[in-house]
Design a protein around this ligand. Structure first.
Ligand code: BG6
Length: 512
């Protein structure tokens, strides 16, 4: 790394280096997210010395797992940590900070005993009564858990308390549509101040997503090209090879629009399209993101019909292995009409983005796992070269994951006597340049919450505006369920209608 050219960004709220002592209580502690993401992230933070020295974790779950829980967690950490090899010495220390609390989410007794347990742990670990409650439960439990926590005196009034704090991390989706999101927000605000609510969208914790603002607003050549005069269109792709694994119940209730598009893709879109914020505070960044979301029109029937394609995967082949159709996955009803793919086109009617189309696509069981944003520039009209020798447009690709990096496709002369032009790639790769894998998004976000920094979490207004855009779409889709599902084979790039969607504008989805 070139240290002379390394600048440190001053971020309000991150001045403090070490997080306060605290206890993290995870609700839904036996679920997929806790096993695959939260515990490996906490372990990584611990190994790197970033956890507070006075710290404990309470795993709140219904099943009787007291005896086996630590062993399960160890196995998950071993297979999912990015810090290989697994460090057994650190684990011996770390496991003592993890306590299993068996209780039901809707049973008051469980919260009363949680209160007693937390007091004991405060005494043992000197955690000064600071609490983070992480809601990694199915969304229907969010209101119940918050209410029970508040009624049992586990949430403090942040206006009154200056000595101790309580914060709540809420997983997505926040509501099912605009109405339910508003209702949930109203419910939460009876018990919590806005500064206690950390609405998580883990995409914001990814290094490459954090880099979007740095890339756009610290590179003058980029910022000067970032508008409708130079950009033809933008494509945002979130593709997954995976199906739904063991998350059938959850996914079938949500579908890919609620699960990924309404949140992760909208956040990427907002970061790509927003104007420069006043500073790096969460308030300023959220304000600009909201402006973009607000500007997107609430789509009517015809607009929805013409600009949205949904799909559901049939059986097919992924990496040469046969995989079942969505309807054959466990916990999925045989006639489910839940979408596992969505492509849509939208416009952002601001001065900067006049007439620029944004094409978004997301799908499960596609050929590759990749998330990227491609900025396709306009073709250079006036050229001294023979038109036939011109190659394709410049394309700037921001690879969010995997193989994180930024590539620019440019035209170059092929060495030799003839004037042959070919498109070539200028390619920056995080891995080879910075020499290490970036921390997982959950590491950054958990640590930020401990530090009391909510700038990489989502504000209430952002959630509401994202729902404002997607609620009519979801309503239309539920009133007009697809009769042609399944309509794409696992291992291909989605339904044919998604190609038609972009090709009618004389453009093509990028071959990734
Ligand atoms: C989650 C969705 O929020 O994001 C999952 O619930 C999806 O369905 C996942 O697979 C994708 O995250 P990542 O970090 O693997 O791109």
């Amino acid at each position: 790394m070139d240290l002379e050219n390394t600048f440190i960004l001053e971020e309000p709220g991150r001045g403090k280096k070490f997080a306060d002592p605290c206890i993290l209580v995870i609700f839904g502690a036996t679920g997929d997210l806790t096993h695959k993401k939260l515990f490996p992230a906490l372990y990584n933070l611990g190994v790197e010395g970033l956890l507070p020295s006075n710290f404990a974790i309470v795993s709140f779950a219904r099943r009787d797992k007291k005896k086996t829980f630590h062993e399960e967690i160890r196995k998950c950490i071993e297979s999912h940590t990015r810090l290989k090899p697994f460090n057994p010495l650190f684990w011996d220390h770390f496991r003592q900070q993890i306590v299993y609390h068996q209780a039901s989410l809707d049973d008051d007794l469980g919260y009363q005993s949680l209160k007693d347990l937390l007091s004991e742990l405060d005494f043992t670990f000197k955690t000064r009564q600071n609490r983070i409650f992480y809601l990694a439960t199915p969304p229907k439990y969010f209101p119940i858990v918050i209410e029970k926590l508040a009624k049992n005196g586990l949430i403090y009034d942040s206006k009154q308390e200056s000595e101790k704090w309580s914060r709540v991390i809420i997983e997505k989706p926040f509501g099912r549509d605009l109405m339910s999101a508003k209702k949930l927000q109203k419910h939460l605000s009876q018990f919590l101040e806005e500064d206690q609510i950390y609405r998580i969208d883990h995409y914001l914790g990814k290094e490459t997503v954090q880099n979007l603002l740095v890339f756009r607003f610290t590179n003058p050549i980029i910022e000067s090209l970032w508008n409708h005069r130079h950009i033809d269109h933008v494509q945002i792709t979130v593709a997954e090879k995976n199906g739904i694994n063991t998350r059938g119940h959850f996914f079938d209730e949500q579908g890919i629009i609620r699960d990924v598009m309404q949140n992760h893709l909208m956040q990427l879109l907002a970061l790509i399209a927003m104007e420069v914020p006043h500073d790096l505070s969460s308030k300023a960044i959220r304000k600009e993101k909201v402006r973009i979301m607000k500007s997107i029109c609430c789509p009517r029937k015809k607009l929805i019909r013409d600009n949205i394609v949904i799909g559901q995967y049939d059986e097919g082949y992924i990496d040469g292995h046969k995989v079942p159709s969505y309807r054959e996955e466990s916990d999925i009803p045989p006639y489910s009409t839940t979408e596992t793919y969505c492509a849509l086109k939208l416009k952002i009617p601001t001065k900067r983005w006049k007439n620029v189309s944004f094409y978004l696509r997301v799908g499960k069981r596609l050929p590759k796992r990749t998330t990227e944003i491609a900025i396709v520039f306009k073709k250079f009209e006036c050229t001294i070269f023979d038109r036939d020798t011109m190659t394709s447009s410049n394309v700037l690709t921001l690879r969010i994951q995997p193989d994180e990096g930024i590539a620019l496709k440019i035209n170059a002369k092929v060495p030799g006597q003839n004037n042959i032009i070919q498109s070539v790639m200028m390619d920056f790769k995080y891995g080879s340049y910075f020499g290490h894998t970036p921390p997982d998004a959950y590491e950054r976000l958990l640590l930020d919450c401990m530090l009391g920094d909510n700038s990489l979490f989502i504000g209430n207004e952002e959630v509401m505006h994202a729902w404002r855009v997607f609620t009519p779409i979801l309503r239309y889709l539920s009133q007009n369920p697809s009769k042609i599902f399944p309509n794409y084979h696992a291992g291909c790039w989605g339904p044919k209608e998604a190609d038609d969607l972009i090709e009618k504008d004389k453009r093509k989805w990028r071959m990734i």
